[in-house]
Each structure stands twice: as structure tokens, then as C-alpha cells.
Design a protein around this ligand. Structure first.
Ligand code: MIC
Ligand code: SF4
Length: 756
């Protein structure tokens, strides 16, 4: 039986009527996304349809998923909310804190040792508050969710940006910061700006070397890292229907990389097959009964430009395999063009590692397709030129793949089979020699490839491709290898070609697993004790942030003007820093250390305006805090792109930064800033970014009148004593201004609980 089947059935029992009323309200056929959104309103239907891209709406998600690195902060906040259990089904998954080094057995043991305190904390909080707990080694959150919890037509939120993966099973699943999850865990609505809708029509059929990954690599090239911001991407058409459910998951997963709120597909037979194969006949049967409401109305897909804000069409018959990168996931190159582009970009042609896995591409089908390439290398006597690493997505996938001999094929190529966990994808990779910082290329099937992400080396050029392409490129050892046209020379000196991959959508003998790694919580957790040691360096109970004094901010100093890309990895690095995710003060020592200072193009070197000396960002900021001086951070476009980690908002807040002023924000990060009581605003005139000088002082003119829709005026005094008045836009609604006033959204929950 599926988890929470009653909740799923309850959803479906109301769906028909909800869809009917929504259709009446909108007066037209509906997309699949609209059906799910309107079926999950916290309040009754409004009098008029919501305005896409502008109206804030309260939703009632069905479930929540958290991973270990973000769950610590989410649960530390939830513990303050004064509740005895979570209000909706919630799970915690231990996957980020496991380093890839010697292979699964040794690595898992060592993570269980080194992070015992954190895992025990998460397990006991989960047990206390009715949260399902997935032990280290059980698998990567999004794969485990797809296998166990996702259901067509459902809505979920998760404290990880790739929560969107569940769109592969027809959900609207959205990545959020921990504070958003806390709202829903505490039984409150979850607020989101009603998304715009981008339709992607897939015609033709995947064939040869082209995989679902190539669809999203192509879409990333079209939309770029911010083109999906504020929108749901809905895929449809014959090409969508002919693709596997896990393939759809891959496409939705990487939609996070174009900034999309989420991506989804309407319910179809591939989803039904997947539900049945993963032991959920009950969900499949229930979904079949309401299937016309689990996808768009036919009129929508017949005439999509009428219903979507933007439409993209991709013909899968013509789609070529892509390799995206380096340093950004939207730099898309069809393989035939790689040779010339690599030469132009001076990218190292020799590929040193091929990594397969991550939440994006670690299904049984992915492993089987990559294995079909690996097997050819053995059969055709090819020597593999690069090293291989594999991270299976879940214990169920790993166990089944081992049983079916897939892992053995990789082992024959001396591949390292790492734990079922994030590993190298999040910098949990003890890559030998990375500290030498040599220029090199790696290729992986992950979703992100920001600078330093996998191995901490800023000179590693990381490229993203499908698992089968990763296998082919790793075997050839060349970034510009085109398996469709190129030959390789084998041990006998013969020219051989790799045949196109073949794979299995689902294991023919069914999935199997011995211990899936799940621990159910106590029904009544009131007697469970949660321990946080006073002197712990990993965990720290939270101290509430100070409320706003209602006055204009004056004499604000510039901490850093970030140059170019400033992702959450630049603001709060992962890798070794993941160990401090539960200790706000300790993790704050990584605050902005990856961001490039626009005045000297260096990382972690900014001017302390009090002493005139240069120092590391956290140190300089701590000096301002000690002196009681407010500070501001300035940034470029899509600031906060990437992760949902709210540490990127909490650290500056904890250290005393008051304002983040940028050209534009990534969605999750903007909300995280608001929730944590930070002022996150955007230049009204983008070019004003250029006005900001290193020694500037900022005086807010009308913050004391902070209200929805009203721009903020700021006087910027330069060191030559000239001044500029600039204007900043903000998107705070009245509720969000209350968070700002209280010092954080959590402070407001606590206050309301105390009153109620
Ligand atoms: C990531 O892929 O960057 C992460 C690590 O999964 C993050 C969450 C985190 O920072 O813990 C994400 O994508 O949200
Ligand atoms: Fe883990 Fe990487 Fe997926 Fe993030 S993107 S959840 S780090 S596998």
C-alpha cells in the first residue's frame, strides 16, 4: 500500500468538483498546472481568476519533504513554533552529508560516524513530531519521493530546489526555504505568487543517443538560468507521452536550473506503469478514475498558444545530444559543435572523470542505458580513458541494479560505486588532487555545474550531459567525442564505434530491496527527547532575530558589491561547510566567501570601511556588527540562483547585514530573505548598479513608510562627497511587511501562537 493513500484518495474525491468550479470561474478549458493549483487553494475559490505573475495566493500543499542539510534549520525553526506534530505528511531524507571517497560501504560508515550527532538529531525530531525518516544510504530525497510519495495531481513543497523532480509523476512540487516549510508543518497556508505558464510541446520521439536529459539541456539553452522565473513549465505532446516517468522526472528536476517555479506533465500511461512498478497499484487505480482531471483539457494542448504565456516547441526526432557548461547549466552545446566551441573557450578537451547519478539521473532506466554503453567498452576491448563514479538514486534502485548485473558492468570498468546519496553533486567528494587547483574537465549527469561545486577546484570545468553521453565521453576521455560519428581505437588497434544506448524503462523482474532505510515515527512522540548539546559545533538552537525599529536605515555601509553570478553556492558554500548547516553562527563563517568583489575581482577580500583595511567578508562583517553599523550587499541579476538553502539569507541576517539590493532575484532566495526579516530590494534603474562605489554610505529616505507597491528612495553618498538618489522596487505584500517588522516570519508565528 502506498504511504498516505487516504490523503491521496481524499484529494481525488474532491477533484472533479473543484475542476468544474474552476473551469466555470475561468470560463475556459484548463491546463494541468491550473487544475492542480486551483484544487489546492487554502481558501474558497476567489470571485475572479488570479492574475498570473502578480497575485499572491495561499495554497494548501499535500505534503513536505526535507533533506538533511536543510532540514536541520527547518526543524530548528519548527521546534520554536510550539506544535506537537506536523500538520501534513512530512519526511526527512539523509542524503547530503555523505562524502564520496572510497566507495559506498566505507563512505557510509564514516558519514554515520562523523555526522552521528546531526543524524540522531534529525531522527529524534522526526520521531517526536510525526515525520517519516529515511536513514543515510536510503537514497537521494527526490528519487525516494518519486518512488514512494509523489502522486499525479498532488501538490508538495520541499526544502530543496529539486523538489520539482516530482513533476515527473504529474505533481506540482515546489522547492522552498525551511521557513516556508515550517508554515505548512505548523498548519498554516503557504504563500506563492500565482505562476505564469510556459508550455513546452514535444513532438516526435526520442531516438538513438538522445535522452530526456537533452530536452532540458536544450530548454536551458533557450530559457537561460532565469528564463523560467515565476513560471510553471508544462510539457505535453506525443513526445511527452512516449517518454518514461523517470525521464520526465529528469526534465522537471533540471527545470530548477532555468529558475522555474516548477515543471510538470499531465498524467499518462508512463506514470501508471511507474506507479504499479513501485508497488502503488492503489494510487494508479485511484488516479485512473479521475484521469481526465489529472491532465489538461484537450482544447489546451490542441491550441496551446491560447492558454500559455509562452510556448516552446521541440521536435524530438531532430534533437541532438547536448553537453552544457562549463560553470553554468544553460551554456548548451549540441555535441556536433563541441569541438569548435571548446577550442574557442579554451576548455580542456581531456576529460578526467565521468560521474553518473544525482537526483536528476539516477533511475533504473538511466543506469541501464549508461550500462549498455559501458558494456560495449568491455566487449569491444576499449580502455576507459577517464575515471567513473556512480551514485545510485536510492537503495531500491541500487539493490535492483545490482541484482540485475548493471553495477557489475560498471565495476568491470573500475568504476567507484558511491553511496546512494548526493556525493560529488554537492561537493561531498574527496577528489584526489583537487587542492592543486589544476585546470581540468569532468562530465556528469548532475544538474548544476557552478564553479567549485563538485570538487572545490575553481579550475574544474564541469559539463552536464545525459548518463549515456557521460559514459561515452568518459570512455573516450574526450569532451569533443561525438559517438554518432566518431570511432575509437581499441586494445587491438582496431577502429570501433559505440552503438546507440539501449535501456529498460523499468526492471523486467520488478524492483526489489531488502532494507529501504525507512523509519516510521511514533504515533505519539510527546515523550521523545530531542538533544542539542550546548557546546556542539554542529547544532545550535536559534535565537530570534531583532524586530525592525520602524525607522529609516541610516549610515549603511557597503559590505560587498558582488560581481557577476552570485548563486547560493557563492553566498553560502556547500561541500565541507555542509557540516555546519545546523549551527548558524559557525556556518556564518562562510558568508559570501565565494562571491567576487566587483572592485578587485577577488573572492573573500573586501574593504573594511572602519579601518580602511581589507579582510575576509565574514570578518569584516563581524567588525561592522560589533560596531553596531548596518550594512548592505549589492548584486547583479538572478541573485541567489540555485539552492533553496535559507542559510544564504540567515547568515547575512545573523551577521547584521540589513539590505540586499540587486538587479533581480531568484524566486526561492527572495522569499527566504523576506522570511528571515531581511530587506531584499531591486534597482528600479538597473544601471544604478554602476553608481555604487566601494566606500559609499547609504541613507534610506522613506523606509519608515514601507508599504506594498511603493518604491524606496535611497541617498547614496560617495567618498568624493557627491551623492545620488536612487530608487528601489520591492515585492513585499502587507503580510511580508509584517514579517519584516517582526524581524522574521517565525517571530510572527510565535507571536500569533502566543495570542491564540
Ligand atoms: C543543491 O543542489 O544545491 C542542494 C544542496 O540540494 C540545495 C539544497 C541545499 O543547499 O541544501 C538545493 O538545491 O536546494
Ligand atoms: Fe542532492 Fe545534487 Fe540533487 Fe541537490 S542537486 S538534491 S545536491 S543530488
Amino acid at each position: 500500500m502506498a504511504f498516505d493513500i487516504e490523503m491521496i484518495k481524499a484529494n481525488y474525491s474532491l477533484l472533479k468538483e473543484r475542476v468544474r468550479l474552476t473551469k466555470k470561474l475561468l470560463g475556459r478549458p484548463l491546463t494541468s498546472s491550473e487544475k492542480i493549483l486551483y484544487a489546492h487553494l487554502w481558501d474558497n475559490l476567489p470571485a475572479n481568476a488570479f492574475k498570473r505573475g502578480s497575485d499572491y495566493v495561499n495554497f494548501a500543499p499535500d505534503r513536505i519533504a526535507c533533506q538533511d542539510a536543510t532540514a536541520q534549520m527547518a526543524l530548528l525553526q519548527f521546534m520554536q513554533a510550539g506544535k506537537t506534530s506536523v500538520a501534513v505528511p512530512t519526511t526527512v531524507h539523509c542524503d547530503h552529508l555523505i562524502q564520496a571517497k572510497d566507495g559506498a560501504n566505507i563512505d557510509l560508515k564514516s558519514a554515520n560516524n562523523s555526522s552521528a550527532e546531526v543524524f540522531n538529531f534529525l531522527e529524534s525530531v522526526s520521531n517526536k513530531y510525526g515525520i517519516g525518516f529515511w536513514k543515510p544510504g536510503a537514497g537521494i530525497i527526490h528519487q525516494v519521493v518519486l518512488e514512494n510519495y509523489a502522486f499525479p495531481g498532488g501538490m508538495m513543497i520541499g526544502t530543496d530546489s529539486h523538489t520539482v523532480n516530482a513533476g515527473g509523476l504529474g505533481m506540482v512540487a515546489i522547492g522552498v526555504g525551511g521557513a516556508d516549510a515550517v508554515d505548512v508543518m505548523a498548519g498554516m497556508p503557504w504563500e506563492l505568487k500565482f505562476p505564469k505558464l510556459i508550455g513546452v510541446k514535444l513532438t516526435g520521439k526520442l531516438n538513438g543517443w538522445t535522452a530526456p536529459k537533452d530536452v532540458i539541456l536544450k530548454v536551458a539553452g533557450i530559457l537561460t538560468v532565469k528564463g523560467g522565473t515565476g513560471a510553471i513549465i508544462e510539457y505535453f505532446g506525443p513526445g511527452a507521452e512516449s517518454m518514461s516517468c523517470t525521464g520526465k522526472g529528469t526534465i522537471c528536476n533540471m527545470g530548477a536550473e532555468v529558475g522555474a517555479t516548477t515543471s510538470t506533465f499531465g498524467y499518462d500511461s508512463s506514470m501508471e506503469r511507474y506507479l504499479r512498478a513501485t508497488g502503488r497499484d492503489d494510487v494508479a487505480n485511484a488516479a485512473n478514475e479521475v484521469k481526465e482531471d489529472l491532465t489538461a483539457d484537450a482544447e489546451v494542448y490542441n491550441d496551446p498558444s491560447k492558454y500559455f504565456d509562452q510556448l516552446i516547441e521541440i521536435n524530438l526526432d531532430e534533437l541532438m545530444p547536448h553537453i552544457n557548461g562549463p560553470f553554468t547549466p544553460d551554456l548548451a552545446t549540441p555535441i556536433g559543435e563541441m569541438s569548435s566551441k571548446a577550442k574557442k573557450g579554451d576548455w580542456p578537451i581531456k576529460v578526467e572523470w565521468g560521474l553518473i547519478g544525482s537526483c536528476t539521473n539516477s533511475s533504473y532506466e538511466d543506469l541501464s542505458r549508461a550500462a549498455s554503453i559501458a558494456k560495449q567498452a568491455v566487449d569491444k576491448k576499449l580502455t576507459t580513458k577517464a575515471e567513473f563514479g556512480i551514485n545510485p538514486g536510492s537503495e531500491q534502485v541500487r539493490y535492483t541494479a545490482e541484482r540485475d548485473g548493471l553495477l557489475e558492468i560498471f565495476e568491470d570498468l573500475d568504476a567507484k560505486i558511491f553511496t546512494n546519496a548526493c556525493g560529488p553533486c554537492i561537493g561531498q567528494w574527496a577528489r584526489e588532487g583537487a587542492d592543486k587547483e589544476e585546470k581540468n574537465s569532468i562530465i556528469h549527469s548532475f544538474n548544476r555545474n557552478f564553479s567549485k561545486r563538485a570538487d572545490g577546484n575553481p579550475n574544474t570545468h564541469a559539463f552536464v550531459a545525459s548518463p549515456e553521453m557521460v559514459a561515452a565521453v568518459a570512455i573516450s576521455g574526450r569532451l569533443d567525442f561525438n559517438p554518432i560519428t566518431d570511432v575509437l581505437i581499441n586494445e587491438d588497434g582496431e577502429e570501433v564505434k559505440l552503438d546507440a544506448p539501449v535501456g529498460l524503462e523499468l526492471p523486467p523482474k520488478g524492483f526489489d530491496v531488502k532494507d529501504n532505510g525507512y523509519l516510521a515515527p511514533e504515533t505519539d512522540g510527546s515523550s521523545v527527547n530531542v538533544v542539542v548539546k550546548k557546546d556542539s559545533e554542529r547544532l545550535e538552537l536559534l535565537t530570534p532575530f531583532e524586530p525592525w525599529d520602524g525607522k529609516n536605515l541610516k549610515n549603511v555601509r557597503l559590505l560587498i558589491k558582488a560581481f557577476g553570478k552570485c548563486t547560493t553556492d557563492h553566498i553560502s558554500m556547500a561541500g565541507p561547510w555542509l557540516r555546519f548547516r545546523g549551527h548558524l553562527d559557525n556556518i556564518s563563517n562562510n558568508c559570501f566567501i565565494g562571491a567576487v568583489n566587483a572592485f578587485n575581482q577577488k573572492t573573500n577580500l573586501v574593504r573594511n570601511q572602519l579601518s580602511g583595511e581589507y579582510g575576509g567578508v565574514p570578518d569584516v562583517q563581524r567588525a561592522y556588527k560589533a560596531a553596531g553599523i548596518p550594512t548592505i550587499v549589492v548584486g547583479d541579476h538572478n541573485y541567489g540562483e540555485g539552492s533553496s538553502r535559507e542559510h544564504a539569507a540567515m547568515e547575512p541576517r545573523h551577521l547584521g547585514v540589513k539590505v540586499v539590493l540587486v538587479k533581480s532575484f531568484a524566486r526561492i532566495h527572495e522569499t527566504n530573505l523576506k522570511k528571515q526579516g531581511m530587506l531584499g530590494i531591486t534597482f528600479k534603474n538597473e544601471d544604478d548598479y554602476d553608481l555604487i562605489k566601494e566606500n559609499d554610505i547609504f541613507n534610506f529616505i522613506n523606509l519608515s513608510e514601507f508599504s506594498p507597491g511603493k518604491t524606496l528612495k535611497i541617498e547614496v553618498i560617495h567618498s568624493n562627497e557627491t551623492a545620488d538618489i536612487i530608487e528601489a522596487n520591492h515585492t513585499y505584500n502587507q503580510q511580508q511587511i509584517e514579517w519584516y517588522k517582526e524581524g522574521s516570519a517565525l517571530n510572527l508565528i510565535k507571536k500569533e501562537n502566543a495570542i491564540g
